[in-house]
Write a protein that binds this ligand. Sequence first.
Ligand SMILES: Cc1ncc(COP(=O)(O)O)c(C=O)c1O
Length: 480
Amino acid sequence: MNEKLDAQKLTESAKQFLWGTFGKDPSYFDTPGSIVVSAQGPYVTDIHGVRYIDSQGSAGSAILGFNHPHVLEAMVRQLSAVAQNPSGWPASVPQVQLAEKIASLSPGSLKYTIFACNGTDANETAIKIARKYYKLQGKSGKYKVIGRYRNYHGMSLATLAAGGVVQRRKDYEPLPPGFTHIATPYCYRCRYPADHPQCAGRYADELRQAIEFEDPSSIACYLGEQTVFGGGVLPPPPDYMRRIREICDEHDILLIADEVVTGFGRTGAWFESAKYGIVPDIITLAKAITSGHAPLSATHVKEEIARAFFGGGDRLFQHGFTFGGMPVACAAGLATLEFIEETGLLATVPEKSARFVRELERIQERSPLVGDVRSHGMLFGVELVRDKETKEVWPLPEREGIAKAIVAEGKRHGVLLAPYTLHGTLIVVLAPPLTIEDTELEAIASALEAALREAEKTAASGLPKKGAGVSPGDLPRQRR
Ligand SMILES: Cc1ncc(COP(=O)(O)O)c(C=O)c1O
């Protein structure tokens, strides 16, 4: 840590001036790990010199970990050439090269890429493409979007409307009209348990029904995650995505796959959709594209759809962002993809994932709180329940108290854990870098186990424990 940093003064400044992301109020800055000074690999170090493993690797972005030397080097090189987007938006060299690289990795006729900054922008862009695409074909009545409950697509009003996270949208309603939702397959809490293993068909039929009820001539696109991330790590059942593709084709509806989290390796493939043998019409990408080193997202579109917008006049896609596809971000993107490819990193995912799942399953056997362990590649979900038999969950205030205890105890053991209390469930979502060492995964597992023991005590007390947070003085000083 920079010796000149005055931790107390910084904490006071944060409390006075900084409105923290995702609803943090000033008291958050009294908790450890709330102001970071440096990061490397899976670790972040806070202003008190305490080092933590980020079990969710920068919200699922840091596929190569933090501050990866290969990525940093490419960014520095690009910074000294051209850092910003010039006006009139001429393309930069890394932008062109990254667009070509993405096309070389993606299946079928997916070819053209529009760059933006966040996953939100990428999804917003995709929805606008779908709407205008049908307008250009004289079908301006086709504008509705079918999304799925428990899916998250971003924080703008349209992406909140497309997503199915009521806690994130309810304060901003009314949201734009033209969005409707279907259920997401959720094996542990299946709506169609008697139909197993035919449940994929039942869930896919919900799309067919929604299309029919809404009128097929009014629907522009289906937008969904495949393996759901924040909604609880829910991989689709076999055959689900193939059926979704079929239904979209039958009704002339664009299939938009939100691969903001799963794109570029999280599931062990470049694109999750490729694992199901389907080609979406549009894939939205962000997070791992730069391993989280710079804000960058991509809306990757089939050639025949993109071409409908070329030729000027009314065809023009009137859309773009000042900071979309910044040269330095695209250089980070190229370096990230290059590193993944050259090191054969994706091939290491199945074994590493299986080893960590075994650890999590051992925890499940020992802990009365772990109802289910799920995974897809290097994405893991640990669902907590009050009663393993009934799968009953605590009401929200208790859930929040338990989640707080998990976070605090995780920090005490040097690991940042991320429990989600959305959707009436409590699920710890883990998404470590693909480059993480086995010993570091073991450290995450043992911190999680300790956190669950603490959670048991909180759950047994019935109410959130007051002051579940720990003070920086309680923490072990760790190697920086
Ligand atoms: C599946 C998915 N889509 C979209 C987003 C939004 O991305 P961003 O936060 O970069 O806007 C997220 C963010 O976590 C996500 O998980």
